[in-house]
Write a protein that binds this ligand. Structure first.
Ligand code: NAP
Length: 248
C-alpha cells in the first residue's frame, strides 16, 4: 500500500483570488479556521481590510486587479509557495436574451471572469507546490440551459471544459471547479433588495432544496475538493439541484 500525500496541513498556504467578499471570503475563512495561512486578493483596499478582520487566523491581503497582467505578474513574483489556489473573481456582464445580446458586453464578461482565471493560473504555475490544488469557480449556467444565459454558459462552460485536460497536464497538481447555483452574496447587491427577495423566492420554488444557497455551502464544496488529494479533473455542482429542475 502506498501512503497518501497529505494535501491539507496546518501549515498549508491557501491563496483566494477574490477573497474579500462572498464565496471567496467564506472559502478563505474556512481555510483560516483549519489553520492554513491564507492570502486574499481583491481590487479594493478597504474591502480587503474589512474582510481580513472577519476572516481572522493567519490571513494577509494583497490588492490587485485580476484583469491586469502586470498586477498578476507582480503578485506571483513575490507570493510564498501555494498549496491551494482558489480563483473566485467575478464580473456581471454577458447575460440576456440571445437575440438582443450585446456582443461587446459578452466580451467584457469573458474579460472579467474567463481571462482572469486563465491568466492567474498560468502566472501561478511557478509558485504552485508539487501537490497543490487549483479550484476554478464557474456557474450552473454552464450546463443548465436557462433561457437568457447563453453568454454566461459560454464563459463558464469554457472554464469547465479546461478542467479535465489541465488536471492531466498539470499533474500531480490537481485542478477542479465548483459550479454554484444562485448564492446569496454581496454580488447580488446590484439588484434592489425588494426585487432580489422576489427573485430568490421565485427561484426557491423551482429549486429542489427549496432555497438559494449560502457562500458557506459553496466554500465547503471548494475546501472539500481542494483538500482531498484523490480528486482531480472534477466539476462539482453546488446548486441545490436547480440545474436538474429546469424541465428541459
Ligand atoms: N453569487 C452567485 O449567485 C454566483 C452564482 C454562480 C457563480 N458565482 C461565481 O462565484 C464567484 C464568486 O462570486 P460572489 O458571488 O462571491 O461575488 P462577490 O461577492 O462579488 O465577490 C467577488 C470577489 O472577487 C473580487 N474581484 C472581482 N473582480 C476582481 C478583479 N478584477 N480583480 C481582483 N478581484 C476581483 C471582489 O473584490 P473587489 O470587487 O474589491 O475587487 C470580491 O472579493 C464568481 O466567479 C461568480 O461568477 C456566483
Amino acid at each position: 500500500m502506498t501512503s497518501a500525500t497529505p494535501s491539507a496541513t496546518p501549515t498549508s498556504h491557501a491563496v483566494v483570488m477574490g477573497g474579500s467578499s462572498g464565496i471567496g471570503e467564506a472559502t478563505a475563512a474556512l481555510f483560516a479556521r483549519s489553520g492554513a495561512e491564507v492570502t486574499i486578493t481583491g481590487r479594493d483596499e478597504k474591502r480587503l481590510a474589512d474582510a481580513v478582520v472577519r476572516i481572522g487566523g493567519k490571513t494577509t491581503t494583497h490588492r490587485m486587479d485580476a484583469t491586469a497582467q502586470d498586477d498578476i505578474d507582480a503578485f506571483f513574483a513575490t507570493v510564498a509557495p501555494i498549496d491551494h489556489l482558489v480563483i473566485a473573481v467575478s464580473g456581471a456582464a454577458g447575460s440576456g436574451a440571445f437575440a438582443e445580446l450585446d456582443l461587446a458586453e459578452l466580451a467584457h464578461g469573458f474579460d472579467a471572469k474567463f481571462w482572469p482565471q486563465v491568466r492567474v493560473l498560468q502566472a501561478a504555475l511557478g509558485r504552485l507546490a508539487e501537490h497543490a490544488s487549483v479550484t476554478f469557480i464557474t456557474a450552473a449556467s454552464a450546463r443548465a440551459a436557462f433561457p437568457g444565459t447563453s453568454g454566461l454558459a459560454a464563459i463558464n462552460g469554457a472554464l469547465e471544459a479546461m478542467v479535465p485536460p489541465l488536471a492531466v497536464e498539470l499533474a500531480p497538481r490537481r485542478v477542479n471547479a465548483v459550479s454554484p447555483g444562485v448564492i446569496d452574496t454581496p454580488w447580488w447587491g446590484r439588484v434592489p433588495q425588494e426585487q432580489r427577495e422576489e427573485l430568490f423566492a421565485g427561484l426557491a420554488t423551482t429549486t429542489p432544496v427549496g432555497r438559494v444557497g449560502t457562500p458557506e455551502e459553496v466554500a465547503a464544496a471548494i475546501h472539500s475538493l481542494a483538500t482531498n488529494g484523490f480528486i482531480t479533473g472534477m466539476v462539482l455542482d453546488c446548486t441545490g439541484g436547480a440545474n436538474l429542475a429546469t424541465g428541459r
